[in-house]
Design a protein. Structure first.
Length: 432
């Protein structure tokens, strides 16, 4: 089996490789192709990946290339983890928000929109190459942020190429809850005995259920969360909000629920998170270049992305081995959530088997959440249209629709700044 990773020069790649090495008994991987447009970075990260695999007895080959089509040729899976414009574009997204007194963040608000406009055409081209070159039925696994929005574009504009969006937020939450239950029980609990219930959009998800051996534990879990928050001098969430919801919001909902706090934090820049990550990556790349290094360094955890390799390899393992496992992923729900438009891509529990990604029927979110979901989904759909068509009117409407976007009398100013800042990566908006 051949797997292609687009964005193989990412500092996350060694963790992904580690995941594949840990699953050699069940994943019949023979060739792992790492693709990147930055040859220098690819050689450093890819060279380290090759040493990692060599140290484990070479169970599969690691090929390095700048040729996307060669990597996709005959692939059974294509993983996208790319960043158009690299980290400098992320920093520009952050300061775009700061300039206009708006949230500057890589996956939500105007920064997330800028990233989506840059990314969607590139990922659709990958899908086009897959349609021509990959094995029939090859699955595109998208980790590229904003993951849900990019997956919405894929499933709207490349429906003939199977795709799924994946994020590590759900599994990170699941493992945190599991740690809490283990302390109460005084014993280790195997993660496969548990399931987390979640619904929403990527980075706009609410967690609302947790089962152990099929028994619902959410009331105990929620009470434990509330006890922890009430014991903290400066809790991450207002306990009253969590109690009123009866659910745990995804971390990124802080940008919506505690916007002023996030805007105040931006005033302390530099460094922004993107600038911090640039320093972390420079250090990681220096370590990766060490010819004696054959294991991912501890500093990789500073980069974020905990359980990234677990999410990726569990998904592929369930798919190729027809396991029928439940995973929280991003896909078109196709009527699984009654009353919501069937073509919406949602982050939700799905059964994964060889036949594909099957959304499981679930109750819709309550009114306190569903209005926000509808508003952000409207923004997402407009952003997809803007990215694909180079449609400035749709882009204007997307900014107008976003709850974290500018006021109506500032939309044109912000849009012009966004497009000009990203001009090298947005040829679709500069056809004339």
């Amino acid at each position: 089996m051949k797997i292609a990773v687009i964005g193989g020069g990412s500092t996350y790649t060694p963790e992904l490789v580690n995941g594949f090495l840990e699953r050699t008994a069940t994943l019949p991987l023979s060739e792992l192709w790492l693709v990147d447009i930055d040859r220098t970075r690819l050689d450093i990260v890819g060279g380290f990946a090759q040493r990692m695999v060599q140290a484990k007895g070479q169970p599969f080959k690691v090929e390095l290339t700048t040729n996307q089509r060669a990597a996709i040729q005959g692939a059974s899976y294509v993983i996208t983890q790319l960043r158009v414009g690299q980290m400098t574009a992320r920093v520009a997204d952050e300061y775009l928000g700061l300039r206009h007194s708006l949230v500057g963040q890589e996956t939500t608000g105007i920064g997330g929109m800028a990233k989506a406009l840059r990314t969607i055409p590139v990922v659709l081209k990958i899908a086009e190459d897959m349609r021509e070159l990959a094995k029939p039925g090859a699955l595109l696994v998208n980790f590229t942020n904003p993951a849900g929005l990019v997956t919405q574009a894929l499933q709207m504009h490349a429906p003939e190429v199977p795709s799924v969006g994946v994020c590590n937020s759900a599994i990170t939450t699941k493992m945190g809850i599991l740690e809490q239950l283990e302390k109460l029980a005084g014993m280790k609990i195997a993660p496969e005995r548990t399931e987390l219930d979640a619904l929403g959009l990527n980075h706009l998800t609410w967690y609302r259920g947790f089962t152990l051996d099929g028994e619902e534990m959410w009331s105990q879990v929620l009470q434990g969360i509330l006890n922890q928050l009430r014991a903290q001098p400066e809790p991450e969430w207002d306990p009253h909000t969590i109690e009123a919801l009866g659910m745990l919001p995804n971390y990124y909902l802080q940008y919506f629920y505690h916007t002023n706090h996030k805007l105040q934090a931006q005033q302390k820049w530099p460094p922004s998170r993107g600038e911090e990550v640039i320093e972390i990556e420079e250090s990681l790349l220096r370590q990766y270049a060490d010819p004696a290094l054959t294991e991912p360094p501890a500093d990789l955890m500073k980069r974020g992305g905990a359980y990234y390799s677990t999410v990726a390899t569990q998904l592929l393992n369930a798919h190729v081995n027809d396991l029928g496992e439940t995973h929280i992923v991003n896909t078109t729900h196709a009527g699984a959530v009654q009353g919501w438009p069937a073509d919406w891509v949602l982050e939700m529990p799905c059964r994964i088997d060889r036949a594909g990604i099957h959304p499981l029927p679930v109750e819709p979110l309550p009114a306190v959440c569903s209005g926000l979901v509808a508003q952000v989904k409207a923004y997402e759909l407009l952003t997809v249209e803007a990215a694909v068509r180079g449609d400035r009117k749709a882009a204007y409407q997307a900014l107008l629709a976003h709850p974290l976007g500018p006021k109506a009398d500032q939309v044109q100013v912000v849009l012009e700044d966004m497009l000009e800042t990203n001009r090298p990566y947005l040829p679709q908006f500069w056809k004339d």
